[in-house]
Design a protein around this ligand. Structure first.
Ligand SMILES: Cc1ncc(COP(=O)(O)O)c(C=O)c1O
Length: 453
């Protein structure tokens, strides 16, 4: 089914032997293009529940109506003539999406980019590769994998499931939070690698988040990868699940062996699609998709492009996503800049009213920031944080994730609850005011998480 012809569902599909052309993306925003208006933005996201203040883009992202319509066209094209879709359209369309991503992530070659379902699947690709190195005897029992204490839960479980099971030793890097200096992160990371060296432990894999999920902090990933290189870590996998569309993502600058980012979080793709970058090396041929199908052995991008009969449409709409982002001033860079400025403005507004603080300095956040909650709310456990989130959803229609930070030794009256607020193009100031007012009311009413009101 390989074909170099680029096709798109967006130009219709009524005549299947007339292959619609996929127009190459405009390199720059044309002068004449009128920018998207606030009412057009509202209509692009009119499928969102209007009753909810959704200040949590980070968890599940969002997808505008024009992109959903393009997805629907691909789905119908498949249902209309599945064999033609499979043999003539699918692979070229996946390749078109990969090609469009290449300059955005500054990879050096197309073959380094694969499209997979999500960051969880990308993690399985990398960790199965590492597990094979243990079972083939290239890595030895007791060799280490390093990951951050704040690594995403499912990623941590994957590291344990694959590395520990294969006889590897897992080391967690403790990270400071709140954190206002990127050097504090770098120092902790360096300390752990030095300790491993002193213990004569060979570090085979480092898993580094670009933007940690909870608490969210943008990490100095380029410097951390550099330290791994200096210390002889074999493989570096960057989990950038939140990164593309949220912060700058540059494969050549970051220099990791593997890097993944979801396109459905901050790049407006429908769920679910992520890219997995694998730096071109001779060993790349031993990297495989966890779901083995007909294309096994033909390289990860090709393997991933057919993992059995399923809906591939979310992978095919990158052209329409870029059309959408180019309706905004400055395109994707403009969106990221404004989201960052706005989320900081909203975060600062909230902490000023509540007399708390942000969880990191503005240069360590992108389109999400941690906001300290009044200590009197009494968030004393992860369970409390989850219950409090549900309470805000059910009683105030505010959707925002909560984080419990246990007090450190000797700390009293410290802030133990933080909210992670996001800003995406559809958000309005009123949503943050609703959150502010909900917290103010709870404080005024004497609400505490242990149930006293
Ligand atoms: C840092 C991080 N890694 C991995 C994931 C997993 O992403 P997905 O559920 O799309 O696979 C997430 C999801 O929020 C995340 O925040």
């Amino acid at each position: 089914m390989a074909s170099d012809d680029h096709t798109s569902a967006t130009n219709g599909g009524s005549n299947h032997h007339k292959k619609p052309k996929l127009n190459p993306p405009e390199p720059e925003q044309p002068e004449t293009l009128t920018l998207i208006s606030p009412s057009e933005i509202e209509s692009e996201f009119s499928h969102h529940d209007p009753s909810v203040a959704r200040i949590n883009n980070g968890s599940f992202g969002c997808c505008p109506a024009t992109v959903l319509a393009a997805q629907r066209r691909w789905q119908l094209l498949f249902l209309r003539q599945p064999d033609y879709f499979y043999f003539s359209l699918l692979r070229p369309a996946i390749d078109a999406s990969r090609r469009l991503l290449l300059p955005i992530i500054n990879a050096s070659r197309l073959e380094e980019i694969s499209l997979v379902d999500n960051a969880t699947t990308a993690t399985a690709v990398v960790l199965q590769y590492v597990a094979r190195a243990f079972s083939d005897g290239r890595f030895n029992k007791g060799d280490a994998a390093v990951m951050l204490h704040y690594a995403y839960g499912s990623v941590k479980k994957s590291v344990h499931a694959y590395v520990s099971r294969a006889g590897g030793y897992v080391i967690e890097v403790p990270l400071p939070f709140p954190v206002y200096d990127r050097n504090d992160v770098i120092d902790e990371f360096r300390k752990v690698l030095n300790k491993a060296k002193l213990e004569n432990r060979r570090v085979r894999l480092a898993v580094i988040d670009h933007i940690t999920s909870m608490p969210c902090v943008v990490l100095p990933v380029k410097e951390l990868v550099q330290i791994c290189r200096e210390e002889g870590v074999d493989q570096v996998f960057v989990d950038g699940a939140h990164a593309i569309g949220c912060t700058r993502v540059d494969m050549q600058e970051i220099g990791a062996d593997f890097y993944t980012s979801n396109l459905h979080k901050w790049l407006f793709c429908p769920p679910s699609v992520a890219f997995l970058y694998c730096r071109k090396t001779d060993e790349l041929n031993d990297v495989h998709h966890p779901v083995v199908s007909h294309e096994y052995g033909n390289g990860l991008p090709v393997e991933s492009a057919w993992i059995g009969t399923r809906d591939y449409s979310s992978q095919l709409v990158v052209p329409e996503v870029l059309e959408f982002v180019n309706r905004f001033g400055g395109g994707l860079d403009g969106i990221m800049k404004r989201n960052h400025e706005k989320v900081i403005e909203m975060g600062e507004m909230l902490v000023k009213v509540w007399g708390t603080h942000l969880g990191c300095s503005p240069d360590m956040c992108a389109s999400m920031v941690m906001v300290g909650l009044p200590a009197c709310l009494g968030i004393q456990s992860e369970g409390d944080a989850m219950k409090f989130r549900t309470h805000l959803r059910e009683k105030f229609a505010v959707e925002v994730p909560m984080y419990y930070r246990p007090p450190k030794n000797g700390e009293v009256d410290c802030i133990t609850g933080y909210a992670r607020i996001s800003h995406q193009v559809y958000n309005t100031v009123d949503e943050y005011y609703r959150f502010r007012d909900a917290i103010n009311q709870l404080v005024q009413d004497g609400f505490t998480c242990d149930g006293n009101e």
